[in-house]
Design a protein around this ligand. Sequence first.
Ligand SMILES: *Cc1c(COP(=O)(O)O)cnc(C)c1O
Length: 388
Amino acid sequence: MSKNKNISYGKQWIFEEDFSAIEEVLRSPFLTTGPRAAEFEKSLCELTGAKNAIVCANGTAALHLACRALDVSDGDIGLTSPNTFLSSANCIEFCGGEVDFIDIDPETLCISPELLEQYCQTHKPPKVVIPVDFAGTPANLPEIKRIGDKYGFSIIEDAAHAIGSSYTHEGVEYQCGSCSHTDLAVFSFHPVKTITTGEGGAVLTNNDELARKVRLLRSHGMVRNMEIYDGKEGPWYYEMEEMGYNYRLTDFQCALGNAQLKHLEDFKKRRIKIANKYSKEFDKIESIVNPSFPNDASICPHLYVIQFTEGYQKRYDVYKALKNSNIFCQIHYIPVYWQPYYKNKYNYEKGKCPNAERYYERCLSIPLYPALSDEVVDYIINEIKKID
Ligand SMILES: *Cc1c(COP(=O)(O)O)cnc(C)c1O
């Protein structure tokens, strides 16, 4: 069966009703940001509990808008995790900021609050910190907020992996993206993420002024309404207040987003079921370390990352053997400061973040997505067992 079909590490799942929702918009007067966008934004607020949601072109644009709303600019320092996709760092560079990386906690694989605090004690405090909820596990946001309050930095939660996850702090449950301990949060709706709009993203915030700025920058920094008209020029008057972008999301993508959001609970259940099965099977294999999902959180697992205790060569061999069996795994992530751009600009050296590097040498993301059938899950488990 699965011998001839490529199995990727992540994949979308589009239902019949999702197609109908898109078609309805294509037959309506609004193709770009319109009523479905407003509806999608409202649904994202309801899901997370955040006061404002602004949908945009993709997760990278969302991070860029969030940094701009916080006024990150020339020479400002932004910190993020080395164990992330490029965008969590690039968004700081887009604004002229300088990026530094704080090593991860080897348990959560998210930015280490202890090392973040150490950094703040010994360096000029950053303007912004961008924690990443790696693989769906929330970063320790309450603790990062405590440090932020002390040293005066803002926080953007990169929740691209974490829609549908929540964490508990002092007995209260908070959704990832709720902005209860952050200034802003972002989601991505790329096809490998938990729900998709093709390309797409969102910025969330409880701060109305930040929301206003994100909306403004999403569409050229342009204002057009009767309040600013005030007798100037004519009723056609519009005004550019800030240097903005065209980062809007189309209404047919928003219709898909709304339809996808209705599947989120089922997607989460299916992801948990597959993750539990993997976990049970790999517990029996000595050379494999299962991911540790925290007890004080309800995780919607985005990635299933196993680690090989025997290190780099073993991981390399397994990756290649699985590829020959048509199972296409991924590596999340090469430490971002190893990228030539960051290495050349800042002279960041290997060894800078030892936890992230050690983790990188051992990690392998095996397929995890709700459309994986039980049959294919068993196939993947058997192929991995064969290699051991
Ligand atoms: C996917 C991803 C992004 C970027 O999202 P795009 O929609 O692809 O631009 C940012 N951060 C993390 C952690 C991601 O996984």
